[in-house]
Design a protein around this ligand. Structure first.
Ligand code: TYD
Length: 139
């Protein structure tokens, strides 16, 4: 069962260059899973929040490609907030944690890699349901 101790910031390679910097990720190397899905959240009005839910299976790696936002992760016992604001590191979030992304700066861009294809059945949308599943050891 995942806990917030399993959440971690992962530094990515960065090539600093006067022409512009470059970073990259490779699956099973910088990101500890096989990438099945990539999506991004953009045009978020400043101060908005998204993605308050948990996944049964999907692991994620979240990068602030531009601007900043907070990722709040919660294992039902403890909660921690990571502020992401650089494109050369990201946050690894294992499956089975409640997470919300909030405090988006205007024009921020959140890039997310997932270990699973999109599947609505993989989501837990209600926090009370999450707490019960966690208590029963089902997520
Ligand atoms: P949703 O996961 O509900 O957004 P949030 O992270 O803010 O909770 O996704 C919003 C909509 O986008 C929803 O109707 C499902 C769709 N969607 C896909 O079709 N594929 C995807 O990979 C994702 C992340 C979302």
């Amino acid at each position: 069962m995942a806990s917030i101790d399993d959440v971690k910031i992962i530094e990515l390679p960065k090539f600093l260059d006067a022409r512009g910097n470059l970073s990259f990720v490779e699956q099973n190397k910088h990101i500890p899973f096989e990438i099945k899905r990539t999506y991004w959240i953009y045009d978020v009005p400043g101060g908005e929040a998204r993605g308050a839910h948990a996944f049964y299976q999907n692991q994620e790696f979240i990068v602030a490609l531009s601007g900043s936002f907070d990722v709040v992760v919660d294992d039902g016992q403890n909660k921690i907030t990571y502020t992401l604001n650089r494109s050369y590191y990201g946050l690894y979030v294992p499956a089975g944690l409640w997470r919300e992304i909030n405090n988006f700066s205007t024009n921020s861009l959140a890039l997310e890699f997932g270990s699973e294809h999109y599947d609505e059945a993989d989501y837990v949308y209600e926090y009370e349901d999450f707490l019960k599943l966690k208590k029963d050891g089902k997520i």
